[in-house]
Ligand binder design. Structure first.
Ligand SMILES: Cc1cc2nc3c(=O)[nH]c(=O)nc-3n(C[C@H](O)[C@H](O)[C@H](O)COP(=O)(O)OP(=O)(O)OC[C@H]3O[C@@H](n4cnc5c(N)ncnc54)[C@H](O)[C@@H]3O)c2cc1C
Length: 243
């Protein structure tokens, strides 16, 4: 192994790194790399007429709004956002359903997971009201919030102790991990183009999405809006409907 390879978990406090957006109690979204601007949308569309813009003018901004409104989606695909994300596994399961994009995830077969588990803030401990498909979520009484957090912390501690015990006794990581809850944190890289990202944002930065993934989607949306502000504004004007 090359000497410049570091343990990404312990080399730095990644939540404090510039450009990293902390999410939940241990997670983050970080834009690891990006090839994206509004001009690429315009020029992908203008090549139909063998034309190209050097700078984004008023006409070009109008063209982006037109493409968004009329759902001419392919010009929004000539870009890439590479996110580095740290999330609880239950959030990752929802995220991984978005097939138009590339994922690579930390392997719990090859390395030991850290004892980092998601415990919701008291105000995020909620009860569901209503029917399936139309739930609303209300906060619970402070005493129940405290009990929920303590119950989760106790299970996490016991589960992680069992995990370490099995590893110590020689059980393979891929088997020992079976005792760990889905609130444990994982990390992954996700590379996605703006069209697919907007589809993700329309579904996951929405009131109908689970609160935890919504917080991550909001962080992704902030980074998207900084890199492609005209496209993002057109997305908002189009009632967050992906082209
Ligand atoms: C609020 C909410 C609740 C959910 N609940 C559940 C649930 O209870 N159970 C469950 O299993 N999932 C659930 N999902 C996941 C959901 O069904 C989708 O799998 C997920 O949102 C990914 O959406 P997508 O297919 O549009 O995204 P992507 O997979 O990124 O696809 C993007 C677009 O590409 C096109 N596309 C991709 N693959 C195909 C294909 N094979 N055929 C045709 N077109 C394709 C579609 O136009 C699609 O919209 C839920 C999602 C949300 C947001």
């Amino acid at each position: 192994m090359s000497t410049d390879v570091v343990d990404a978990r312990r080399a730095v406090d990644e939540r404090a790194e510039p450009g990293t957006i902390p999410v939940l109690d241990h997670g983050f979204v970080r834009l690891d790399g990006c090839m994206a601007d509004d001009l690429s949308v315009v020029n992908a569309a203008r090549v139909s007429f063998a034309q190209r813009s050097e700078e984004l003018g008023d006409r070009d901004q109008g063209l982006i709004r037109f493409l968004m409104r009329e759902r001419h989606g392919t010009p929004f695909e000539h870009n890439a956002f590479r996110f580095h994300v740290k999330v609880p596994i239950f959030v990752m399961r929802e995220w991984a359903r978005h097939r138009i994009g590339s994922f690579n995830e930390w392997s719990a077969r090859y390395s030991q997971l850290d004892p980092e588990f998601y415990i919701p803030e008291p105000e995020d401990v909620r009860t569901q009201v209503g029917k399936p498909g139309a739930y609303s979520f209300d906060p619970v009484a402070p005493e129940l919030a405290r009990h929920t957090r303590e119950a989760q912390a106790a299970v996490y501690e016991q589960a992680y102790a069992a995990y370490l015990d099995l590893l110590e006794q020689g059980v393979a990581k891929e088997v020992a991990r079976n005792v760990l809850p889905v609130a444990i944190y994982t990390q992954f890289y996700w590379t996605v183009n703006a069209r697919s990202l907007m589809n993700f944002l329309s579904l996951r930065n929405a009131v109908t999405a689970q609160r935890e993934i919504r917080r991550y989607a909001a962080a992704c949306e902030q980074l998207f809006g900084e890199r492609m502000p005209i496209t993002h504004a057109a997305f908002l004007a189009n009632e967050r409907r992906a082209p």
